[in-house]
Design a protein around this ligand. Sequence first.
Ligand code: ADP
Length: 259
Amino acid sequence: MTGAPIVAFDGVTKTFPDGTRALTGVSFGVGAGEFCVVLGPSGSGKSTLLRTVNGLTAPDAGAVEICGVAVSPRTLNDLRRRVAMIYQQYALVERATVAQNIIAGAVAGMPAWRALIGLFPARDRRKACELLAAVGLEPAHLSRRVGELSGGQQQRVGIARAFMSDPQVILADEPVASLDPQTSRDIMGLLRRQARERGVTVLCSLHQMDLAAEFADRIVALLQGEVVFDGAPAALTAAAKTLIYTAHGARPAETALAS
Ligand code: ADP
């Protein structure tokens, strides 16, 4: 990483009230424009880590910074404008159209009803059309209801919506976990390409090592809430893979990384 990190985790630790320790002393920085995959099996703490960035989970020790500003209740509203989310289950309004769903990303947190009644300047409508093309959908899709689209097409809408607010950071929480292998690769390629073109920093959680190795600039592997590998995919040697699969008593088989 060169330059100051866009997202920095410093000793982030989280124990839930029921005593579950989800994260222990997680420290790393994500550089500007980096596509960083947080890799780990189900339950390793990936979602909890991503949720500390947009303030949905508060660490009980350590700190998270975005562009040098600590995430806290006081800074959250401002910081949330810089961060967009992409979800495993898309989190779209299925009865609304593709156009309405994309344009709802114009202002982070804008309720879908604002989009439904069309309170948007022409500039936002133009941008939504550009993003529609950028994610590989056709103009004819604009007026289609999202619920009628395939999963892969819905995630394309989710990606377009995320870029609508010109975020500095995109958090993608298992964005392809509900898709077949080929569609997963298409969607990962699309997300990486769009992020690169726009200089957006991506923090993407995945449980599939092959996808992480193919698409990440950088992999941070978590096991039971601790960082067990941090480096480029090329540095993920057989020894490192074995460590990721077997550290902390995890099952050694490759399937250990499946949810
Ligand atoms: P991942 O995203 O890698 O599947 P999570 O961050 O969802 O992992 O979960 C990490 C650990 O924290 C798991 O043991 C999970 O059961 C636990 N956990 C997550 N959310 C809660 C919660 N709200 N209350 C208690 N335990 C939780």
